[in-house]
Every structure is written in C-alpha cells, then in structure tokens.
Design a protein around this ligand. Structure first.
Ligand code: NAD
Ligand code: MG
Length: 341
C-alpha cells in the first residue's frame, strides 16, 4: 500500500509561519483561502483589477490585492487561476518578484509537466491537489472533514518543501481525509487520461451512443434518456459505495448476466487500443500542444464542439424531463458552484 499522511504526520506551524498568496478566487481559490485563513494562516488573495470575486473575498474578511502585489508580499504562492491563464499570470505577476526560498504551488501539474512554466532553481515547486471540487473542499472543512488530496514535489530547493506542502494540505483540511504522495507527471497524466477516457469523454460518448442507438431504432427519446442517462447515477452511486461487485449484487441477475456477457463486447480490444493511443498523446505532449495552440487561436474548435454538444437531442429531451423532476434542481446548484468564477 502507498503511504498516506494524516493530521498526526504534519506540522501545522510550518504554514502558519509563512505568508501565503492565493491567486484566483474561483472553485479552488475561495476554498483554499478561507480554509487556510480559518486554520490560522496569514492569507492574501491576488485578483485582477475589477474582478467580480474581489468583493466576495473582501466581504469574507480576506486581504485582497493585485496578483503581483500578493505574490511579492508572500513566501508561498498558490496558483489557482485557470490552467490556461497560469503561464501569463506567472510571467506577468509572479516571476518578477520570486525569491530564492519561496514556494510556488499548484493544484494541478499541467503547466509544470509540459514546461509552460519553468521556475528558477532556488524556488520550491510543489502541488497540493484536492481530489474533489472546490465547493466540497470548503464545505467538508466547515463540517470538520476534508477532501483527500495528492501532494508532490517538483523542485526541492530548501530541503523542506514536502513538509511545508503537507502543512498546507493540513490547513485546507486534506489530512483529515488522507494525503497521498504523487509526482507532477503522474498527477497530470492520470488526470488528463481519466477525464478524457473515462470520467468525461468516455462516459458522455457511451451515454450518447446508447441514446442514439435506441432513438434510431424507433424507441421514444424519453425512454432512451431515462435508460441511458438518468439511471447512470444510481449505478455509479452503487459502484462508489460498494465497488463493482457490490453494484452487481444490487442489480437483478438478468442485468448482471447482460453486464458480464455484453459489456466486454462494447468496451472491447479496439476501444482499449484507442485508450492506449490517447494515453500516448498525453505522455508525448501531443494533447498539451494541441490544447495550448487551440487557446492561442481563441478556441474556435472548442466552441464549435461545445455548441454541437448542446444542440444534441439528448440535451433537449433531458432539459424538459429534468424540469419535471424539481428534486433534481439541488444538483443544478452544485454545477454552478463547481464552475466557480
Ligand atoms: P476557476 O475557473 O474556478 O477560478 C479561477 C479564478 O481565477 C477566478 O477567480 C478568476 O477570476 C481568476 N482568474 C482568471 N484569470 C485570471 C488572471 N489572468 N489573473 C488573475 N486571476 C484570474 O478555477 P479552478 O477550477 O478553481 O482551478 C484552479 C486550479 O485548480 C487549476 O489548476 C485546476 O486544474 C485546479 N483544480 C481544480 C479543481 C476543481 O474542482 N475545479 C480540482 C482540482 C484542481
Ligand atoms: Mg481532475
């Protein structure tokens, strides 16, 4: 088993003794800033002039400054602006005041792994990456819990960077749930693979393909929606709580026999071969280069595909059906929280 760190393994005074800048006040930023502050850490939030979040952060009692002033004023700088903005924020607002012995921190390894940001050798570079959305990092902390997190050291100039990063993880509540060592490479590559192949890309493509197959065969779109999208949550909840065998225990024998015999025909060797190809594109930087170029061009392909997705029949039918199930609207609120801003 891998090593997990809990509260007893950390020294809270390490981060309490340092000035911390949180750049960005979105999903992760607001949670880190508020949790750190309530854990007795000296926090300043770095936000752009006119940022809508500045008022919220100030109202929460936090010090708010420009990103450059916050970074200059701090010894630990956590970068929680969108991954696609981080290079610009680093070049303009962080690099000019970065001193030897400072610590630069991230919640995702993309820009370090793909060398968009290359900090000087005298600076500690670490990651504390919560394995959950920011609103949960905040809510679980206020309830006395925490979200499990990954910790990684890319550059250890001071010799103390792992202990300081753990102390930071403790202050956001993560050591209440468990903190696992990883590397920037492992976190970045597994995160991209998971979201592309299973969690986001894989699941949405599977749901869409099932829905379209039923509708094309003449079944009602409403039936296809309930069957291929709505019920997915019930199955995923069972897997989350009890694993795959536990889920299979709860479904009917007929469902389980169909699962065992038909599932591997859908997700077959050719699908796995494509998964390996996608993993290769992540590992060799092809995906990163493509996404960086797409951003540089103003995201035309991203916006075209996004619009195409929104216009699909499953979305139109689904919106109508969800309106008739008001108890699901609690989930709508969560989507807004997750997207932050
Ligand atoms: P977000 O989009 O919710 O918030 C970004 C914040 O940065 C906003 O306050 C925005 O106003 C500010 N911002 C945007 N551009 C800026 C600029 N140029 N200068 C200064 N401020 C700017 O972002 P997020 O989802 O919290 O992601 C932050 C980091 O956390 C990313 O590295 C992401 O990969 C990582 N992460 C996110 C989650 C999640 O659940 N959202 C989970 C784990 C890790
Ligand atoms: Mg992720």
């Amino acid at each position: 088993m891998a090593t997990l760190y809990y509260e007893k393994d950390t020294d809270p005074s390490l981060i309490q003794g340092r000035k911390v800048a949180i750049l960005g006040y979105g999903s992760q930023g607001h949670a880190h800033a508020l949790n750190l502050s309530e854990s007795g850490v000296d926090v300043r939030v770095g936000l752009r002039e006119g940022s809508a979040s500045a008022k919220k952060a100030a109202e929460a009692g936090l010090k708010v400054m420009s990103p450059a002033d916050a970074a200059a004023d701090a010894e630990v700088i956590m970068v929680l602006v969108p991954d696609t903005e981080q290079k610009k924020v680093y070049d303009e607002s962080i690099a000019p005041s970065l001193k030897d012995g400072d610590m630069l921190m991230f919640a995702h390894g993309f820009n370090i792994r793909f060398e968009q940001i290359v900090p000087p050798a005298g600076v500690d570079v670490t990651m504390v990456a919560p394995k959950g959305p920011g609103h949960l990092v905040r809510r679980t902390y206020t309830e006395g819990g925490g979200v499990p997190s990954l910790v990684a050291v890319h550059q250890d100039a001071t010799g103390n960077s792992h202990a300081i990063a753990l102390s930071y993880a403790h202050a956001i509540g993560a050591t209440r749930a468990g903190v696992l060592d990883t590397t920037f490479t492992e976190e970045t590559e597994t995160d991209l693979f998971g979201e592309q192949v299973v969690l986001c890309g894989g699941v949405t493509a599977l749901v869409n393909a099932g829905f379209e197959t039923l509708v094309d065969a003449g079944y009602q779109p409403e039936s296809a929606y309930f069957e291929c999208l709505h019920e997915l949550k019930l199955i995923v909840d069972l897997m989350y709580e009890q694993g795959i065998a536990g889920m299979r225990y709860s479904i009917s024998d007929t469902a389980e026999y169909g699962d065992l015999t038909r599932g591997p025909r859908v997700i077959n060797d050719s699908v796995k071969a494509e998964m390996r190809k996608i993993l290769g594109e992540i590992q060799d930087g092809t995906f990163a280069q493509e996404w960086i170029a797409e951003n540089r061009n103003g995201r035309p392909e991203y916006e075209r595909l996004q619009a195409e997705g929104k216009a699909q029949e499953i979305e139109v039918v689904g919106a109508e059906l969800r309106d008739m199930m008001p108890f699901i609207s609690a989930g709508k609120q969560k989507v807004e929280d997750i997207s932050g801003g």
